[in-house]
Design a protein around this ligand. Sequence first.
Ligand code: PLP
Length: 360
Amino acid sequence: MPIQLSIQRAQQLKAKPDEKKLGFGQYYTDHMLIIDYTKGQGWHDARIVPYAPISLDPAAMVLHYGQAIFEGMKAFRTEKGEILLFRPDKNMERMNVSNDRLSIPPVDGDFLIHAIKELVHLEQDWVPSEPGTSLYIRPFIIATEACLGVRASYQYMLMVILSPVGAYYSEGIKPVKINVESEYVRAVRGGTGHAKTAGNYASSIKAQEEAKEGGYAQVLWLDGVEKKYIEEVGSMNVFFKINGEVVTPELNGSILQGVTRDSVLQLLKSWNVPVTERRVSIQELYDASANGTLEEAFGTGTAAVISPIGELSWEGRVIQINGGVIGPIAQRLYDSITGIQNGTLADPFGWTVQVETAKA
Ligand SMILES: *Cc1c(COP(=O)(O)O)cnc(C)c1O
């Protein structure tokens, strides 16, 4: 990867949006990062430029065959005014897992973290400080070569855009209703389920829309072969507490390795809470519910951190979990992770990375 990073500043800066009405992914900052790849030359021309539309050849391979991967991470403003990234090395590691599966050339994670820190540094006034808000960081790579032949592209564009996002739980944490999807599947072993690639999302939208129409917030995905084993919830990993033990589906090739999932596992182990990564069947959950041992259920992901599940519906059978309120483990995890991210709690695992600011 290049070691040079050029910066072209925007002539005019945008007005900042109201921090209380940010929502998710509605506003973009003044600059973006671009790095090009050309076969034979590698990654080159790393540059921070004014945020603007890009132009693509209509034959750009991403538009036809979907060679595209992305990442999602956040920068947080501490009470002291510092800016912290949360485990960016894990995102870089996963980006290369996705790249490998999509036949996209690998990136140099250390250089990319450096470039992202420079971008966030330049955009520091965009990192909001209202409680629960953050600056969402979206790195992504697309195949840009103009060619309709089916093969790996010889050209790519890596971009990083930034979006200030609002508090996920502005009205307090409310457990959500989830539909267990029995028709559509998200991924199969050997497929692309473990890669953060656009196609996984494209094929999941129909199930999500149908769930929404039925009054559910999200879909619980079962394995693509037997439709028996739990995989993920929406675009989050999923955890259950059954009879005192926390369980989460093991990484089997069709599940995305969430950074939040990994953080939850490490925290639970450090608290001596029994936690196991293994296959979990939907029947096991319903049995546990029937005998009163299904104590908690929650999704984990960068957007919400922890999203408690209050109700599951599987082929017309509905179960309630923890009386529809957030459970103690989910609450403790939420408080711990957000506390580390916001700098209000100690960071015993060394998860946060500081971005230089003018004031700090
Ligand atoms: C991004 C993502 C997750 C969550 O990963 P985090 O790193 O915790 O944000 C889980 N499942 C899918 C399908 C995802 O795309």
